[in-house]
Design a protein around this ligand. Structure first.
Ligand SMILES: Cc1cc2nc3c(=O)[nH]c(=O)nc-3n(C[C@H](O)[C@H](O)[C@H](O)COP(=O)(O)OP(=O)(O)OC[C@H]3O[C@@H](n4cnc5c(N)ncnc54)[C@H](O)[C@@H]3O)c2cc1C
Length: 390
């Protein structure tokens, strides 16, 4: 049996572990997942806003998320283990992108691409927006784009656990340890060194180490342009309900969505304040100084909100072009990368997991061609820029 060692047991590593041995008719792999923290206290998959959309600006991201929603809808059966039917609580109220006059043309361009891929999305003028969501102010909005189906949110931690439990039921071993080095002999990585003292011999190694992936790549002498970028999420309560509230992306850059009886929101900090690997602490001043005033301008009922909590997690940001990096690096024959998802990795974990498993088994993609997000574009300096990074 070919031995596959996956470094990182988050949603991406666990999805790969599942897809590798999904088909009982195929020759099984001997799969070991090395995960240093079984509580996932810092893992992005557990700290995520766990939403899914097809409103992207690149074909590959649209296609990956179309597969994501198809997989999520059928996940209860697909990842069922005996009587245990996982439920990730998927709901599909849509994403609502709001554009100022400056952003309207980009929204139209993205809309044309999304429609060409069969995405269920409509453009709305401000009056239609106001009629559909009377609790929202349309001030400063020239155009809006609303996903009618296929977009929404779910529980990211349950998703990770569903993949993990299914992978284990198929024979994968999860080892609680920190990988500390790779043993590279020429063009292959022969083993993964662990902090618990042993070395796992491997025929194939997968880097699924999320925000910490550049360190793993560095052990093989490969430069991976992925860094942890802190993102904060604030939760708040509001006395009013907002009927039909989708995930709203405001012109200010702030996003918000319902979460049970409350709401959550967040934003991307300005580039000059977006440091690598900032500690996972919450800067509460941001909420009062910036987020709350912007929220209340868009939704007048948010004048009366109360912040109820907050957390911070890392986007595993691909600094080159904000998209996934999947597959082999040309310098090494058996070290596979599944990194750099830049804030959209949870919805992409079914497509990435299936794709990387196909590459390992067949040496090529058999379902969705993920070669647009291969290492080659980085080495050839051909960025595949995603404009819709939230
Ligand atoms: C605030 C926030 C909001 C987000 N919102 C969304 C969203 O709405 N939709 C969406 O699709 N995505 C979203 N994301 C992004 C998404 O959560 C990530 O892209 C995804 O979870 C990445 O999964 P992963 O398995 O690669 O990383 P992780 O979940 O971080 O898993 C990596 C694992 O590797 C382990 N590890 C690292 N190094 C080592 C080592 N040397 N040895 C052993 N183990 C190691 C870590 O402990 C960790 O558990 C969000 C992320 C954040 C932080």
């Amino acid at each position: 049996m070919r031995r596959v060692v996956i470094i990182g047991g988050g949603a991406i590593g666990s999805a790969i572990a599942y897809f590798l041995n999904r088909d009982p008719q195929e020759e099984p792999f001997d799969v070991t997942v090395v995960e240093r923290d079984f509580s996932y206290t810092q893992a992005s998959s557990a700290l995520s806003a766990s939403s899914i959309r097809q409103q992207f600006s690149t074909a590959i991201n649209i296609e990956m998320s179309l597969y994501g929603i198809e997989f999520f809808r059928g996940l209860g059966e697909t990842l069922r283990v005996g009587d245990n039917v996982p439920d990730i609580g998927l709901v599909e109220p849509g994403y609502l992108y709001l554009a100022s006059p400056d952003g309207a043309d980009v929204l139209r361009e993205n809309h044309a691409l999304q429609k060409a891929h069969g995405v269920d999305v409509i453009l709305m003028a401000p009056d239609a927006l106001q009629a559909r969501f009377p609790w929202m102010s349309a001030e400063g909005i020239a155009l809006a784009s609303l996903g009618l189906s296929g977009e929404g949110w779910y529980d990211g931690y349950s998703l990770l656990q569903a993949f993990r439990k299914k992978a284990i039921s198929q024979g994968a071993r999860y080892v609680q340890a920190q990988a500390t080095g790779l043993q590279r002999n020429g063009r292959v990585v022969a083993g993964v060194e662990l902090d618990i003292g042993n070395v796992l011999q491997a025929d194939v190694v997968v880097n699924a180490a999320g925000a910490w992936a550049a360190r793993v790549a560095g052990w093989a002498g490969i430069d991976l342009p992925v860094r942890g970028r802190r993102r904060m999420v604030f939760s708040f309560s509001c006395p009013d309900t907002l009927p039909g509230c989708p995930l709203v992306i405001d012109t200010s850059g702030i996003w918000l969505r319902p979460e049970g009886r409350r709401f959550i929101c967040g934003f991307a900090p300005p580039q000059d304040r977006d440091r690598d690997d900032a500690p996972l602490e919450v800067d509460y001043r941001v909420f009062d100084d910036f987020i709350w005033p912007a929220l209340a301008r868009r939704v007048p009922a948010f004048e009366a909100i109360r912040m109820t909590g907050a957390w911070a997690g890392y986007y595993e940001m691909n600094l080159f072009d904000h998209n996934a990096i999947l597959g082999l690096h040309p310098d090494c024959d058996n070290l596979f990368f599944a990194n750099g998802f830049s804030g959209h990795g949870l919805q992409q974990c079914p497509a990435a997991g299936r794709g990387v498993a196909e590459l390992i088994r067949y040496g090529e993609y058999r379902s969705l061609d993920l070669s647009p997000v291969s290492f080659a574009r980085i080495l050839e300096n051909r960025p595949l820029l995603e404009k819709n990074v939230i």
